[in-house]
Design a protein around this ligand. Structure first.
Ligand code: HEM
Length: 273
């Protein structure tokens, strides 16, 4: 309802403006030339590109999984011994508690656990921005965790990146590994900027979770409305950069190492059955 009211008042304001036919306006500032061009680019990033990136990611992951299942069986077994009495449970424990990493690289394991737990909460935090889902109260201006979840994903990312520069990991690291970590790190840092600004400063960030809810609601209902109408102020550009990096993340995800998220459990099952 609030989204409709805001869209209606924005449309009325533009129609009533004397120069409505000469140039578009954003927050009552006339836009023309280069500014109008960048507005269009930002709209493409914030709306059509989000749908395209998510759809592409989903289809590419499904195709990859189908191609793996269709590929010829390995002539050798991946099974490890001693064999487990409960292969399903052991594969689950291998996947989520990574006992081998805990044994040989305890510090790396701590950061891995922190990152994966925080990442799960991060997904919930993004879903919670949707007005249809209310983990926190709808009137809350904070994201789930009030900024802590962002710390939980960002700190381990710094560690994962620095770890890649040290031997023996440096020798087995290819440029794509650095690029992927840098992409995710900056993606998270721009998310943090918004969330920490909202939660840890009095008037640090002009857009709150409630404003973002209007944007997310427009996306979920395929209104194709311009997010500029509901996200005020120049901090909007930070949101655009965050969403641009998220779009790139979704586009590379099916071809990157992150696809392990979907394959870890089946591979551990093969090793244990
Ligand atoms: C199109 C997809 C995405 C959109 C539209 C989006 C949007 C947002 C918004 C609006 C916030 C701030 C919320 C607030 O302060 O109330 C945020 C925070 C955040 N986002 Fe995203 N995001 C997307 C994808 C991602 C992805 C894929 C990642 C990481 C892999 C990510 C990482 C973060 C982080 C770390 C925060 C801060 C969380 C915190 O401090 O608790 N986002 N995102």
């Amino acid at each position: 309802m609030r989204l409709q009211a805001i869209l209606l008042s924005a449309a009325t304001a533009v129609a009533a403006s004397p120069d409505a036919t000469a140039a578009a306006t954003v927050n009552n500032i006339p836009r023309s030339g280069l500014a109008l061009f960048f507005d269009k680019i930002e709209y493409i990033i914030m709306v059509p590109m989000v749908y395209a990136a998510l759809l592409f990611c989903l289809v590419a992951i499904i195709l990859r999984i189908i191609s793996i299942f269709r590929s010829p069986r390995q002539p050798y077994s991946l099974r490890i011994f001693p064999s487990s009495k409960r292969p399903g449970l052991t594969a689950l424990s291998d996947t989520f508690t990574m006992p081998q990493v805990r044994k040989h690289q305890p510090l790396f394991w701590v950061f891995l656990m922190l990152f994966h737990t925080a990442f799960l909460l991060l997904v919930l935090g993004h879903l919670d921005i949707l007005p249809q889902i209310s983990i926190l109260s709808e009137t809350s201006r904070h994201m789930l965790g009030g900024g802590i979840v962002g710390v939980g994903v960002t700190l381990p990312l710094f560690y994962f990146l620095l770890r890649r520069f040290r031997s023996p990991n440096r020798e087995i690291t290819v440029p794509a590994d650095y690029l992927l970590l840098v992409l995710i790190l900056f993606l998270c840092l721009f998310g943090d900027l918004m969330s920490w600004g909202n939660s840890w400063t009095a008037n640090g960030f002009v857009m709150t979770k409630q404003d973002f809810a209007l944007y997310f609601s427009g996306l979920a209902r395929f209104t194709f409305a311009d997010p500029r109408l509901v996200l005020p102020g120049s901090h909007y550009h930070f949101a655009v950069i965050h969403v641009l990096l998220a779009n790139v993340f979704f586009l590379v995800l099916p071809f990157s190492k992150i696809v392990h998220a979907f394959l870890a459990m089946p591979i551990n099952l093969l090793r244990r059955k």
